[in-house]
Design a protein around this ligand. Structure first.
Ligand SMILES: [Zn+2]
Length: 457
């Protein structure tokens, strides 16, 4: 079905000053309301045109659909609800014929009613939809979306968006370049809504992929929006959506790691307000935990417990990022060290592909020593992320004015690595000696063993 545009307007609606508003206040007169509805329905049945109305009918019609905002909405809803999609289109065609400057916005409202959108999507071809975009919505899809996507509030309405993408034709006319960037964040924040079907996720993925592929400033904004809002996407869709946004050879920027794990990039993920400390009276400012739940569960003597909530670390996405070869920035490791997230580090250590380096920099080790994060230090030592020389340098000559001096516990952990390596060396030597035992003079053998034994301690 094609929507027609007319060269000449056919119906001039009476201007409001020629009508007595009191007479046409429909909610004060049930009779009048019913009459207005039946008149408008006749247009939808194709029985008559607006031009066929007599003077009184024209006045009733214009009063009912334009003057009183609540009443006109009531009238519109009552009429549209009672029609088939095909009748809705016939009625919209009639409404479209009306030429009156003051009616322009009212006309947009008729065309952006959910029932109208559904009828247009199911029945109109792309030519008809373009006529509506050009004639009713001033020729821009931005303007059309502004009316169609939002209900009364400024929040995008998922039901409406669903209706706008039910057919490829309607989707192409409404969203030729996906969701406009200025509306995208508000749509993404609605993705956890149960009404969001696969089509909406596809639209969001296409929009992001399109903008990221452009590679300009919008691409950066788009990546920022995506990685800071991953938790708004339902879990079962997260990785699939991200994969769709970055088909090969596209890869996310390295900062995505920090945005993903530390949501909004702020230093403190949660700030525990219930602490006893009152810094305004000179008490120490408490360390901020990464995760309140884990902090509350931790024993009192554990100042900075390591969060082990799997859902906070988006493990599936981390694995994919490592497979894609996206490097982890130094800033992420510093935050991981500050929050003592050894569970997270351990996961990455185990999960990483052979060719992928976790690339933990000295700044993370320094952060660890500065804030005395023992568990993360233990991780670094146990999995040999630093050489003996580096540990020695940091334990002995720490930069600054002494504020980085490691605690005794920290020193013990850092030195442990040296001890472990020394013991390994001694053990190797001992097995060599045992192997050649028969060849060695008795006293000499015992002496060597005693020597090695003292070195092992
Ligand atoms: Zn936790």
């Amino acid at each position: 079905m094609t929507f027609r545009t007319l060269p000449q307007p056919v119906f001039k609606i009476p201007a409001p000053n020629t009508l007595c508003k009191e007479t046409y206040r429909v909610n004060e007169s049930r009779d009048h309301f019913d009459r207005a509805i039946s008149l408008i329905r006749k247009l939808a049945y194709g029985d008559m045109c607006v031009t066929d109305y007599d003077t009184v009918e024209k006045s009733i019609f214009s009063g009912a659909i334009t003057f009183y905002s609540t009443d006109s909405k009531m009238v519109r809803k009552a009429v549209l609800k009672s029609l088939t999609p095909s009748q809705v289109i016939t009625l919209l065609q009639q409404v479209h014929y009306i030429d009156w400057l003051w009616f322009t916005d009212t006309k947009k409202e008729w065309f952006s009613d959910l029932i109208s959108i559904k009828a247009m999507a199911s029945l109109l071809d792309s030519e008809g939809l373009r006529v509506i975009r050009d004639d009713v919505f001033d020729g821009t899809e931005q303007n059309m979306l502004r009316y169609m996507m939002f209900d009364c509030s400024n929040i995008p309405d998922i039901t409406r968006i669903n209706a706008m993408i039910t057919t490829d034709t309607m989707r192409t006319v409404c969203f030729p370049n996906g969701i406009p960037v200025n509306h995208l964040l508000r749509v993404v924040r609605k993705l956890s809504n149960a009404e969001c079907g696969p089509e909406i996720f596809k639209l969001v993925a296409d929009t992001m992929q399109f903008n990221i592929a452009c590679g300009d400033v919008t691409a950066d904004a788009m990546e920022d929006l995506l990685w800071k809002n991953v938790t708004n996407i339902p879990e079962y869709y997260r990785l699939a959506l991200i994969k769709a946004i970055y088909p090969d050879p596209f890869v996310p920027k390295t900062e995505c790691w920090t945005k993903l794990i530390f949501d909004h990039g702020q230093l403190c993920n949660t700030w525990n307000e219930d602490g006893d400390a009152d810094p305004s009276t000179g008490e120490d400012i408490p360390d901020t935990p990464f995760c309140d739940d884990c902090a509350q569960e931790a024993p009192d003597n554990n100042d900075q417990p390591s969060c082990h909530c799997k859902d906070r670390f988006h493990l599936g996405i981390c694995s994919w990022l490592m497979q894609k070869g996206v490097p982890i920035p130094a800033s992420l490791w510093e935050q991981v060290a500050y929050y003592n997230l050894y569970h997270f580090a351990y996961f990455l250590h185990v999960e990483r592909p052979k060719s992928y380096s976790l690339d933990i920099r000295q700044s993370a080790l320094l952060k660890c020593i500065q804030f005395d994060r023992l568990a993360f230090a233990k991780f670094l030592v146990q999995f040999q992320y630093f050489s003996k020389a580096e540990f020695t340098a940091y334990s002995v000559h720490l930069p600054g004015d002494g504020q980085y001096t490691p605690s005794d516990e920290m020193t013990a952990i850092l030195q442990l690595s040296n001890k472990k390596r020394r013991r390994e060396g001694v053990a190797n030597m001992q097995s060599l000696v045992d192997e050649w035992k028969e060849q060695l003079p008795g006293g000499f053998h015992i002496e060597i063993c005693n020597h090695l034994h003292s070195m092992y301690k």
